[in-house]
Write a protein that binds this ligand. Structure first.
Ligand code: KG4
Ligand code: ZN
Length: 335
């Protein structure tokens, strides 16, 4: 029996999970609401909040799983990419736990974990599959041929899709993170403002042009009518959402046609977006895809996905030493 204690602390959520033989026993997340005050994640504040949260979150994950710490066989943590200070808190905790109990240590790539979150619960996608990972920090398409054969075939050149939602929302006067609120408001509006979709080469994405277009559009309109945003909020949200979702789905279709892969998955916080889910279902039907969207708790940052990825690393004997260092940004096209 393999029982893994997994820690995720790459951004603003402190999470711990217990995974037994590849199945999730518990998955606890302490969200850091303090960042709402600042309209975005403040790295130093995040590190300090992780320090406060980590012990209680691990205790909760163990007790929810009904597992004593003496039953843990390995400890996993997010190595990166993410905020360095935040990563250090999770890595240090995991190292100390492993050292104190003489346990093997597993270092997991955060983006690889988002992809392997699809194995937290059935139905599992069959290999090979494509995964579009869309979060506040990342936008990429990968081919997944096996648990340890994940290759990036398309990435954003600038902002991430979640960042595009959050930055547009900020201009609309919405709180942080704005993605869920844009989703909710868009349901009451129409995508009547034609925001441009960047034409990037191949399978790469770009969202910074959209941000600038929204800024100039709002500047012009609010000069004419200071209440323009208030009077048009649902339509503005629907328009921005449509532009972002349309870019994502077009690139996904291109990737599927290029690779001939028809098992298509999405992951990351933005995969909670209702227009993306609906658009994926419709496109999937037209293109005869088998589509996979994980349960919401496995879409956003969580330690269960770290534990699942770690489990498959453990089976291959891929443990690391105490000298392992976190990395703040990704560096290869192999996850
Ligand atoms: O994966 P995640 O929880 O954290 C990161 O690794 O970034 O993703 C958070 C991002 C935020 O940008 C948030 O605005 C976005 O996911 N998001 C959404 C929705 N729910 C979360 N964006 C659009 N529609 C949603 N329903
Ligand atoms: Zn993430």
């Amino acid at each position: 029996m393999v029982t893994i204690l997994a820690i995720e602390s790459s951004c603003d959520d402190t999470s711990a999970s217990v995974i037994r033989d590849g199945g999730v026993l518990s998955n606890c997340v302490a969200a850091q609401d303090v960042h709402r005050l600042y309209g975005g994640v403040v790295p130093e504040v995040a590190s300090r909040a992780h320090q406060v949260n980590i012990v209680p979150v691990v205790q909760l994950a163990l007790s929810k799983a009904g597992v004593d710490k003496s039953e843990i066989t390995a400890v996993a943590f997010t190595r990166g990419p993410g905020l360095l200070g935040s990563l250090i808190v999770g890595a240090s905790f995991a190292k100390a736990f492993a050292l104190g109990r003489h346990l093997p240590l597993l270092a997991v790539d955060h983006l690889r974990a988002h992809v392997l979150a699809h194995f937290a619960e059935p139905p599992h996608p069959e290999f090979p599959f494509l995964c579009l990972t869309v979060s506040g920090g990342h936008t990429q398409i990968v081919t997944v041929r096996d648990f340890d054969q994940i290759e990036i075939i398309g990435e954003t050149l600038d902002d991430a899709a979640g960042e595009a939602f959050d930055k547009a929302g900020k201009m609309f006067g919405l709180g942080y993170p704005a993605g869920p609120e844009i989703d909710r408001l868009a349901a009451e509006g129409l995508p009547k403002f034609p925001f441009p979709e960047a034409s990037t080469e191949g399978l790469s994405f770009s969202f910074s042009g959209l941000k600038t277009a929204v800024l100039y559009f709002l500047r012009e309109k609010t000069n004419e009518n200071p209440d323009f945003i208030k009077e048009n909020l649902p339509d503005l949200c629907a328009s921005v959402q449509q532009a972002i979702v349309s870019i994502l789905l077009k690139k996904l279709r291109k990737a599927a046609r290029q690779t001939g892969i028809r098992n298509i998955a999405i992951a990351g916080g933005v995969s909670a977006n209702s227009a993306l889910r609906k658009g994926l279902a419709e496109l999937g039907q037209r293109e005869q895809w088998k589509t996979f969207i994980p349960k919401f708790e496995y879409c956003t940052d969580n330690a269960a996905m770290i534990g699942i990825a770690a489990y498959y690393q453990f089976l291959k004997g891929e443990t690391v030493g105490q000298d392992i260092m976190p990395y703040p940004s990704g560096s290869t096209n192999q996850l």
